[in-house]
Design a protein around this ligand. Structure first.
Ligand code: NDP
Ligand code: ZN
Length: 351
């Protein structure tokens, strides 16, 4: 089978590989639509996870089931399916402990394009099909459905990690597709003010449509200065980080009120350490919490997030700025994600 792979650090290319085998609990799936992710960019061009050789990229897809293992109950060849980026082993101890995304080791629930070939292939393998696939809701647009693989679950998880409550003043750092879904997640959880940080005008407009009440351009001064001005020195209750780098957190700690929480979903591709400023952390006594997480995957999550789309609570169409047609366009779409032109939010490739 053909696939678009990371050949080595800083290099992508088309390769031929043997199609994967289907175990008794697994499924083989043909992609119907896929999307590249900023995480693919971190992996290939920043070497964030170390070197990978001839590993097929991509972890965002909707597809059609080609084959299922003998023990799969709920899916048949021909079924159209939502596929989460994170596909845990549901019988692992980590999953039993509530952290399925780390089933088998830290980040090991993230298998596609990390530990095994991803979805930019003619066929891809899904472990634990009953636990990880979800049926595509009738009538759902395929491009919208791809946003359920990663952008929606990651952004909304940011709002969960930050524990956004009714009326909270929330800072969202980064308004690419993930941050935009974090803005939407904060609004859905009842935030009061939402301060969204980013400089691309299209992202700023879309952030407002998802519920941002003020926009901050990080080129126009520090986050600290700008938030202090907007909040008259009070700062924010919660912060979701979906952009920036290891330096971002010190600024966020400065504007976080005591009792505040930072939920990070940014994939920190470089830098040695995240610094917690001693004084802004109340000399260790400020009740300010920093947490970060990989998105939760699995079938139930997919079904619930799909329900938000089918019942009109969440519209993902504004994320979809570039549509490509044809398998061979995956490379162009991935390079677009790397270059991030100013009119880009998210590209999708329809087969
Ligand atoms: P984008 O690159 O599209 O968006 C990044 C955002 O951060 C932009 O709004 C950008 O602003 C802003 N930004 C850049 N530099 C700074 C800075 N110094 N200070 C403040 N804001 C800044 O990324 P995505 O939305 O596609 O992805 C966001 C992150 O989420 C990535 O790291 C990705 O790998 C990660 N991710 C994590 C997952 C998880 O499970 N935890 C899953 C999927 C993705 P500007 O408008 O100027 O471009
Ligand atoms: Zn991703």
């Amino acid at each position: 089978m053909k696939g678009l792979a990371m050949r080595r650090l800083n290099e992508i290319g088309w390769i031929e590989k043997e199609a994967p085998a289907c175990g008794p609990l697994d499924a083989l799936v043909r992609p119907l639509a896929v999307a590249p992710c900023s995480s693919d960019v971190h992996t290939v061009w920043e070497g964030a996870m170390g070197d990978r050789r001839d590993l097929i990229l991509g972890h965002e897809a909707v597809g059609e089931v080609l084959e299922v293992g003998a023990l799969v109950r709920d899916f048949r060849p021909g079924d159209k399916v939502l596929v989460p980026a994170i596909t845990p082993d549901w019988n692992s101890l980590e999953a039993q402990g509530g952290y399925s995304m780390h089933s088998g080791g830290m980040l090991a629930g993230w298998k596609f394009s990390n530990f095994k070939d991803g979805v930019f292939a003619e066929v891809f393998h899904v472990n634990d099909a009953d636990g990880n696939l979800a049926h595509l809701p009738q009538g759902m647009d395929l491009a919208a459905a791809v946003m359920l693989s990663d952008m929606v679950p990651t952004g909304l998880h940011g709002a969960e990690l930050a524990d956004v409550q009714f009326g909270d003043a929330v800072l969202v750092v980064g308004i690419g597709p993930v941050g935009l879904m974090a803005v939407a997640g904060a609004a859905l959880r009842g935030a009061g003010a939402i301060y969204a940080v980013g400089s691309r005008p299209l992202c700023q407009e879309v952030a407002k449509s998802y519920g941002a009440t003020a926009i901050i351009d990080y080129h126009s001064g520090t986050l600290h200065e700008q938030i202090q001005e907007l909040t008259h020195g009070r700062g924010v209750d919660k912060a979701i980080v979906a952009g920036g780098d290891v330096e971002t957190f010190a600024e966020v700690f400065k504007v976080l009120r005591p009792g505040g929480r930072i939920g990070n979903v940014n994939y920190l591709g470089s830098g040695e350490a995240v610094q917690v400023p001693r004084l802004d952390w109340g000399c260790g006594m400020g009740h300010k919490l920093l947490t970060g997480g990989l998105m939760p995957g699995g079938r139930l999550r997919m079904e619930k997030l799909a329900a938000m789309v089918t019942h009109g609570r969440l519209d993902v169409q504004p994320l979809l700025t570039h549509r490509f047609s044809g398998f061979d366009k995956m490379e162009e779409a991935l390079l677009l994600m790397k270059d991030k032109p100013r009119d880009l939010i998210k590209p999708v490739v329809m087969m």
